[in-house]
Design a binder for this molecule. Structure first.
Ligand SMILES: Cc1cc2nc3c(=O)[nH]c(=O)nc-3n(C[C@H](O)[C@H](O)[C@H](O)COP(=O)(O)OP(=O)(O)OC[C@H]3O[C@@H](n4cnc5c(N)ncnc54)[C@H](O)[C@@H]3O)c2cc1C
Length: 406
């Protein structure tokens, strides 16, 4: 590794979407970060994910957008619908977002995204190394559950919404909850042609459901229903049959999808978000992704914001001599934007989990009456503020950094 400032030892705690993307962006700027991941191996879990244009713009800068688009399903449109199938609003991704940003959105199987990110990384992830705590002293110490410790120059806490690293920055953060549970699965079904490049969200009574094709007659389906903290990682048989009852009258393909699933196919997650944090860093320990701003999934922006963090942080570290100054600049850039989008997701979550029938009718009437242009503007604003370094990686990394690509 060549870097004129001398090697900076960077530990990335958490090898999820944020940690892996951060490590790739750092490697492309000449650093050799180490990623510590608690899971003992990468298993194909987690259903699908919708990557909006701002995530794709970052992947474009990292040189992997074509692989992501080829592995997933680029969407031409996303619709908001009532349970009966009435279209309340359309985003018209092909007509609006692709023409303005160059990309619409991609629905992708999460393990495929993970595989692309792992392939792009030059170093192997240290799996089976769970961080137990971090001491945010001048040279921070990361403690692992096997008793080992490392003392890197910079610690990036990309360890998700239940972050351990966060305790070294803001102790004992209490997550907020909507008292709802999210269900996600991949169904193998024969999709009608109208659904091959179409994503949709259905706003029902206390139930929010939707999905998108992810290619090869596979469909990524999700739903949220009232409920308490998930006790198991996959659905119990009675949970799945309760879901079938709730969704039986929803327009197709939802009932067909849910009928095709077995309980073990359905990933269950509690809906939680991170409250506004007083700070994202302490010394050279810094948060990124869900650890900093985990949000409800209703704006479909959690991973996109984590991906934006990754590039912004790597860029800031590469652009400054002093890691603390780099971290301060990253936090100043990213915290207001990510927390604004987290607040929007919170408001949408409150709307999406309304339980009274009258309240739901009024909400859907409001969506129906609201011009599409207004709903698109809200989505466009989320995308348009994307944190992208002024110039692409290939132009930036001259002189003081060496780009290493496999
Ligand atoms: C139901 C649902 C649907 C969603 N849909 C979308 C969507 O369509 N689009 C979108 O953009 N976002 C979506 N999101 C949000 C998205 O999943 C997250 O924002 C994203 O996964 C955050 O990535 P991350 O890397 O920060 O955290 P994570 O994905 O949680 O990764 C954290 C990693 O850290 C590891 N880890 C945890 N603790 C430790 C430790 N102590 N030591 C070491 N490693 C540790 C974990 O094993 C994991 O690999 C959705 C979320 C939910 C709940």
């Amino acid at each position: 590794m060549n870097h004129t400032r001398g090697p900076l030892d960077i530990a990335v705690v958490g090898g999820g979407i944020c940690g892996l993307t951060t490590a790739i962006a750092l490697e492309q700027r000449g650093f050799e970060p180490t990623v510590y991941e608690a899971a003992s191996d990468y298993r194909p879990v987690g259903a699908g994910i919708l990557l909006q244009a701002n995530a794709l713009l970052v992947f474009d800068r990292l040189g992997i957008v074509d692989r992501v688009r080829a592995a997933g399903q680029p969407l031409e449109d996303v619709q908001l619908r009532s349970p009966s199938g009435r279209i309340l609003s359309r985003f018209d991704l092909d007509g609006v977002e692709r023409s303005e940003f160059g990309y619409g959105a991609v629905a992708i199987y999460r393990p495929d995204l993970q595989r692309i990110l792992l392939d792009e990384l030059n170093t192997a992830v240290e799996t089976g190394t769970a961080c137990e705590g971090v001491d945010a002293t001048e040279t921070p110490t990361v403690r692992f559950d096997d008793g080992t410790r490392v003392r890197p120059d910079v610690v990036v806490g990309a360890d998700g919404i239940h972050s351990t690293v966060r305790d070294a920055i803001v102790p004992a953060v209490e997550l907020r909850t909507l008292d709802s549970v999210a269900y996600r699965a991949i169904a193998e079904i024969d999709l009608p042609p109208a659904h091959r490049a179409l994503g949709f969200e259905v706003w029902g009574d206390g139930t929010y459901a939707g999905g998108a094709p992810i290619g090869d007659d596979r469909f990524y389906w999700f739903a949220t229903t009232p409920g308490r903290q998930a006790e198991t990682a996959t659905a119990a048989p009675d949970q799945l049959s309760a879901l079938r009852d709730r969704l039986v009258d929803y327009s197709d393909p939802i009932p067909t999808v849910v009928d095709s699933l077995e309980p073990d196919d359905v990933v269950v997650t509690a809906l939680e978000d991170v409250p506004p944090l007083e700070r994202w860093s302490r010394g050279s320990v810094v948060l990124a992704g869900d650890a900093a701003h985990g949000m409800y999934p209703f704006a479909g922006q959690g991973a996109a914001q984590a991906i934006e963090d990754a590039l912004a942080l790597a860029h800031s570290i590469a652009a400054r001599e002093d890691p603390s100054a780099a971290i301060d600049a990253y936090v100043a850039e990213r915290k207001p934007r990510a927390e604004r989008i987290r607040s929007e997701s919170h408001r949408l979550g409150t709307l999406g989990t309304i339980r009274s029938t009258v309240g739901c009718r009024l909400r859907n009437l409001a969506f129906d009456c609201c011009p599409d242009a207004v709903i698109r503007r809200a989505r466009r604003t989320r995308i348009a503020g994307t944190s992208l370094p002024a110039t692409p990686v290939a132009d930036r990394v001259t002189g003081d950094c060496t780009v290493r690509r496999s």
